[in-house]
Design a protein around this ligand. Sequence first.
Ligand SMILES: Nc1ncnc2c1ncn2[C@@H]1O[C@H](COP(=O)(O)OP(=O)(O)OP(=O)(O)O)[C@@H](O)[C@H]1O
Length: 280
Amino acid sequence: MSSTPIVAFNNARLAYGRRVLWQDLNLQVAPGEFLAVLGPNGSGKTSFINTMLGTTALDAGQVSIDGQPVRRGSRAVGLIPQQRPFGDNVPLRARDLVALGVDGTKPGVRLARRAVAKKVDELLELVGASGYANRAISDLSGGEQQRLRAAQALAGDPRVLLCDEPLLSLDLHHQQAISQVIHQQAVRRGSAVVFVTHEINPILPYVDRVLYLAEGRFHIGTVDEVMQSHVLSELYGAPVEVLRVNGRIVVVAGAGGRELPADGHEHPQIADDVAHRDGK
Ligand SMILES: Nc1ncnc2c1ncn2[C@@H]1O[C@H](COP(=O)(O)OP(=O)(O)OP(=O)(O)O)[C@@H](O)[C@H]1O
């Protein structure tokens, strides 16, 4: 990996009022690197992504992309957003949505129509969406729509691809396929991936480092460094057990699987993982 980072946070701090989501964050994401961002609901994962999109301002420190201060609408940044269904009145076919990613964001540099169609076909193939290329978006399932969002984001060939829970509503096969496509793109193009998720297992083969946010604190390191009982217990301020089961990582709240007391609710990531462990 080259030493010039694609994303660089320098003494970054983000707070909403008196609530600090993180502070003293120094983080560099290298070309080709796959960073997973984990943490319970409300820990600040989407806000972290928003600071790289330029839609949320840090209240201390800096964040840069490719050596430049973050700028809203920058072509260097691609996004696969959290899933929201398209409304019934979106008059687009699947391939039109992907075409917007190929050509729609580059004023003045229009590709020939045939070149756009070829690129769109390649992208549809990449995410396994060729079979519904000409169907109306509003007729597609949530998972089918999400694959198109991935294709659209990849089309722009961004320096960093920000993924906000992109695997939600995808079946296991497509979770694996889309994760692999995102990883391959980063390796081939020397771009970076920042991947917010509640479920690390589908992306385990690709993750270089983890940023784990919880309770206004964070920990950064490799999967093996971060996904440790003592690290997560310290972050949550409560006992958390991290188990390895058949190559999967399972996070359990407290000794014997009791709920975390911090906010009176079981943290969803932990609940999800316990559900997986129990085969639900
Ligand atoms: N513009 C804002 N003003 C004030 N508070 C905000 C704002 N945006 C987010 N928050 C709060 O900051 C916290 C972090 O929100 P964020 O959406 O970043 O969390 P998250 O980790 O992505 O959560 P989830 O896993 O539920 O998607 C939440 O408590 C949220 O209510």
